[in-house]
Design a protein around this ligand. Sequence first.
Ligand code: PEP
Length: 255
Amino acid sequence: MRRFLIAGNWKMNCGPYDAAELLEGLKEKKADVDENVDVLVCPPFVSIGMAVNYLHDTDIQVGAQNLHFEENGAYTGEVSGSMIAESGCNYVIIGHSERRQYFGETDTTVNKRSHKALEHKLAPIICVGESLDQRKSDEHFHLVKNQVTAALFDISEDDVLDVVIAYEPIWAIGTGETASPEQAQEMHEHIRKVIAELYSEDTAERINILYGGSMKPANAKELLSQPDVDGGLIGGASLDAASFSEIITIAEELS
Ligand code: PEP
């Protein structure tokens, strides 16, 4: 039985002061979360320590937005999996389309980062998704299959159960444009089939697949009602305590 995961990706927003204010609002509304729903916030690195301390007496977990695939050493500006785990995180976002677009992230580095996350008992939230051009030219199913296959290369069947996939159509991220519930469902079903081919039906049934792309209180119910949509990776709406907690409540009602 899969549980909903409602995850907030704060991107490059909220240093420690703003983070405290946002978390204060969230704590007021949602310190206790239904046991069938997991809630996660992913602040920028500099606010992680504060968020972990601040949320220790709540059901809200903390994750990072990236990690480096080397253990430590001369990689100025980078943060390793062991550092993130030691800071109290249990998830890490990997391969967000913004990292693929602006920071040279490739399917190969996504795979390397995913291995490193698993090594440190961090659940990788692996982002996949197509551009508008790729959808228009009907390449989206093939592209997402390739992204999922490459990201999971050499990950064992035991380990893959800790992986979360986030389907995030690039054309819907931060644009206000959302995939229709039908578009989300057909891609999530496709991703589950890809995982079944790579591993087994049973494993595919157990893996969480999130939708990301302008999810907000107004569309969350329809999206989260789809049989293969197991939660959301939420950017803009996660920066507003009222909107994010409304989405959590919707997931609680559906679970
Ligand atoms: C994201 O950044 O992962 C995302 C889905 O952003 P937004 O909800 O703002 O589209």
